[in-house]
Ligand binder design. Structure first.
Ligand SMILES: [Zn+2]
Length: 138
């Protein structure tokens, strides 16, 4: 049985933030309401957090897209990027907002981690067939 990537959309395990400056974190905390479409995509060797952040200046434009690679076990941030101008360095308020959103989001406890890993939600797969297809490599 192939082990495809698993997509999680809630009950995230907090990320260890070792990069962002306090000022960036403060700016990001003001943007948490703008974060949506948060996904955690797990493969056997990596964990990728993806999210979108609505633009505060021009709501009609496509949202910024944030991607954060985190370590499988320690949940420490490996790399992060954002589609905004400042995001090239990874040090932007959108990334900070997404990290804080993930770390404050609570819909299930960490004890569910193992179970979630083994049983990807069928509902999620039905809701996001495109996302699954894009990420499926096997
Ligand atoms: Zn950004």
């Amino acid at each position: 049985m192939a082990c495809a990537n698993i997509i999680i959309q809630g009950g995230f395990t907090p990320i260890v933030n070792t990069f962002l400056r306090p000022e960036t974190i403060r700016k990001g905390s003001e943007l948490q309401d703008h974060v949506f479409d948060v996904q955690e995509i797990r493969s056997r060797s990596s964990v990728l957090m993806k999210a979108k952040v609505v633009r505060t200046v021009s709501l009609n434009e496509s949202p910024y897209e944030v991607e954060i690679d985190v370590d499988h076990e320690s949940r420490a941030i490996i790399t992060r990027r954002c589609t905004c101008v400042a995001g090239i360095s990874g040090e932007c308020k959108h990334t900070a907002a997404v990290i804080q959103f993930i770390n404050s989001e609570r819909s299930s406890g960490q004890t569910d981690l193992c179970q979630t890993w083994k049983t990807p939600s069928k509902k999620v797969q039905l809701l996001y067939p495109k996302g699954i297809a894009e990420k499926q490599t096997e």
